[in-house]
Every structure is written in structure tokens, then in C-alpha cells.
Design a binder for this molecule. Structure first.
Ligand SMILES: [Zn+2]
Ligand SMILES: [Zn+2]
Length: 399
């Protein structure tokens, strides 16, 4: 129970009025003014408000008043009462604690000259190497923060930590290293979730490898950046070591169990079963089989000879000749180079189509999938290229 204190309660009505002003401004602003508005609402509003929040939090932290609410600490209190995640709560508490002893930083943050994330980085650095060290270099760190985005500034701060406390920086890096993990989930509804925390070394190597697996963009590529990264990961995982530019040679096989009926596309046939991946539709089995990516077929029976042929890789000479002829994905307007493609059987080998040049065309992975799972047709155009034809059902839907 406060005896003396603010004369009135917190200025809620004024804050709401301010929020209303901004909402109204964004409603009325011309398109070319919005960018400036977004910058200003952070500089003049959100960042300084975060600074005020951190200052209030510091006093509350010191007072221990949060215990009156039954909270075991300031962070649990912020988490539950201010509706923030544990990490976001801890970050704000740390800003409050460290910036008290970094007056220049506190001032820049409150004025809107320093963004929230930059303030958080400086607070973390002060926590790691001691606030006295940061204060000695405060001016130059703030100067760097002015011109850098938070990612670049993190680099500068880490470098600074290393200069003033190499042993501490190493210990910090070792602690971070212990937190690395990668989790690959079980298949659910045809999807698998992966999540993880990578060391910067692994992350950098992963990004470099993914970038190398991002094919040149095709015309009309409608995939989102996230979908493109996913597809790059698939390319990465399926690309054999030392593969040639024409895509010839063995590729890592996916182990799949499928019946001959599934492979032949017979109605009522069971789904295929991908090792680690659960059930996959018959058309997916047929696509894998199309470019000889199958390794295990149960109940071969009368298709024995074909199956045996198909589980072998397309002969490199054939593949090279097809690559020479098609020079990449044959879908009109695509043109992804041979190493991004599968050799598609125009007439599937389960229907007697031979694995020879006359029956093989190169399709990139997304286009190959459209032909199989998406039920798109292929039509040879005058220039010898192939055009994808919308599935009948989709045509009538979009008509
Ligand atoms: Zn195919
Ligand atoms: Zn393509």
C-alpha cells in the first residue's frame, strides 16, 4: 500500500490517446508516407517506451514488491503478469539492471537514438564482461550501434568481449556449444517438424550449403522463401558427394516399401511406406521409382524384371545423353540445369515405358512433383520443349 507516490494512477488514458493517434495516422497516410511512419513510431514511441519500461522494471526489481504477488522472482512475475516469454522477460530485466550503470546508453535508448535490440546487446555484453569494461568503450560502441543493424552489432559486441576477456568469451562460447541440438520429429499428417539450435560454425556451413543448393529462380516461381529453403534442403540431402553437372551417377536412395499394385497405380492399392517418413501416396512412390530412387519393393511378382532394372540407377551414359539433349528442366520457362533435375519417364516403366532416351525427359524436382502428385499433363510444343498442362479438375475449378 503506497502512502506517497504518483498523485494519480498511471497515465493510461493519455497512452491510449497516443495509440489512437498513431492508428488514425496509419489509416490516413498515403502509401509513400508509411515507411517514414514505421521508422518514427519506433524511434519516438516503441523504443523510448521500452527504455521507460526497463527503468520501471529496475525499481520494481530492487524493491522486491513482486513477491507480494506470490512470484518467486522478477522474471516469473514479468513472464506471467506482463505476458512475455521467459527469454523476453529476462532480456528486459537485464537491460534495466545494466543500463543503470551505463548512463550514455540509457540516455540514447530513452531518446530513441538506440534501438531496443541494440540496448539488449549492450546489456548482455555488460553482463558478460562487467559493466566497467563496457563503460570504458561506451562512446565507440554507441557510435557503432548507430550505423549497424542488430546482427552486425552483435558481431562488434562479441569481438569487443573477446578483446577485453578472451578467456570469458571462450567460456561463453563453450557454454553456447553445450546448448547445440537438432531434433527431427516423427511424421504427422505427411509432415515432419525439425527444430534445433546450431553452433555458428554449423549454421554458417549449413547456410552456405543451402545457398549452393538454391537453383536459379524459374519464371512464375510461386514458392515462398521458406518453401524454397525447404526444397534446397532436400536437394542438399539427396545430392550425392561429387556429383557431376549433368546429374549422372548414383544418388542416395530413399528406402521405401511399396507393393507392386501401389507402383502400378492400381486403384485401392495401399500407400507406400518411406523409411523414417511414414506413409506416402502412391503417386509419390511412382515419382521416386521414375528416377530410380527406390530400393525396396515388396511382392515383386510379375514386374520382377522391370523392378530389378529400375532399382538400378539410370545408366550414366543415358543420363548424360538426355542432359545433353534437354540441357535442363524441359518445362517451358523453367530451364533449371541438369543437376537440379530427375529423369522422368514419359510413359512410366510400370506401364512398359523403357528407360531409354526416347522415353526420358529432364524435370526439376518441383516440376516433376507437379506431373506426378499434382496430376499435371505434359504436352510437347513446336520448339521441342514441353509445356505443363493444368490438371482437368484444376482447369474446371479455375474456369
Ligand atoms: Zn516422373
Ligand atoms: Zn522445372
Amino acid at each position: 500500500m503506497a502512502v506517497a507516490g504518483a498523485a494519480q494512477g498511471p497515465p493510461i488514458a493519455q497512452t491510449q490517446a497516443l495509440v489512437g493517434l498513431w492508428a488514425e495516422w496509419f489509416r490516413r497516410a498515403d502509401d509513400d508516407e508509411i515507411g517514414e511512419g514505421l521508422i518514427k513510431i519506433r524511434e519516438a514511441g516503441i523504443d523510448p517506451l521500452e527504455a521507460v519500461f526497463a527503468t520501471g522494471l529496475r525499481r520494481f526489481d530492487k524493491s522486491g514488491e513482486y513477491a507480494a504477488d506470490g512470484a518467486l522472482g522478477i522474471i516469473p512475475w514479468v513472464r506471467t503478469r506482463c505476458r512475455l516469454s521467459g527469454g523476453a522477460a529476462a532480456e528486459r530485466v537485464e537491460i534495466g539492471r545494466q543500463l543503470e550503470q551505463l548512463p550514455q546508453t540509457q540516455k540514447a535508448f530513452a531518446n530513441g537514438d538506440l534501438g531496443y535490440q541494440h540496448a539488449a546487446i549492450l546489456a548482455r555484453t555488460a553482463e558478460h564482461v562487467g559493466v566497467a569494461q563496457v563503460r570504458k568503450a561506451e562512446t565507440s560502441l554507441l557510435k557503432a550501434a548507430e550505423t549497424m543493424d542488430p546482427g552486425q552489432f552483435t558481431g562488434v559486441a562479441k569481438n569487443f568481449e573477446h578483446r577485453v576477456d578472451a578467456a570469458g568469451a571462450l567460456a561463453e562460447a563453450n557454454r553456447a556449444y553445450e546448448r547445440r541440438y537438432l531434433h527431427v520429429g516423427e511424421p504427422v499428417d505427411g509432415l515432419m517438424r525439425i527444430d534445433g539450435v546450431l553452433t555458428t560454425e554449423c549454421g554458417a556451413a549449413f547456410k552456405t550449403a543451402l545457398d549452393a543448393m538454391t537453383p536459379p529462380p524459374a519464371r512464375d516461381d510461386t514458392r515462398t522463401p521458406g518453401q524454397r529453403r525447404h526444397d534446397a534442403l532436400l536437394e542438399l540431402a539427396r545430392r550425392p558427394a561429387g556429383s557431376s553437372v549433368n546429374g549422372a551417377g548414383p544418388r542416395p536412395h530413399l528406402i521405401i516399401r511399396a507393393s507392386v499394385d501401389t507402383l502400378a497405380g492400381t486403384a485401392g492399392a495401399p500407400a507406400g511406406e518411406l523409411e523414417w517418413g511414414g506413409a506416402v501416396p502412391a503417386e509419390t512412390v511412382r515419382r521416386f521409382a521414375c528416377d530410380s530412387a527406390l530400393t525396396r519393393i515388396i511382392g515383386k511378382g510379375e514386374l520382377d524384371a522391370e523392378v530389378t532394372r529400375a532399382v538400378r540407377t539410370t545408366p550414366p551414359a543415358t543420363r548424360r545423353a538426355v542432359a545433353e539433349r534437354d540441357r535442363g528442366c524441359v518445362a517451358e520457362g523453367c530451364g533449371r540445369p541438369p543437376q537440379w533435375t530427375d529423369a522422368h519417364h514419359v510413359k512410366h516403366w510400370t506401364q512398359g515405358g523403357p528407360t531409354t532416351m526416347s522415353n526420358l525427359i529432364l524435370l526439376c524436382r518441383p516440376h516433376h512433383r507437379m506431373v506426378h502428385e499434382g496430376n499435371w499433363g505434359l504436352r510437347r510444343s513446336n520448339n521441342g520443349r514441353w509445356a505443363l498442362v493444368q490438371p482437368v479438375a484444376a482447369q474446371s475449378r479455375s474456369a
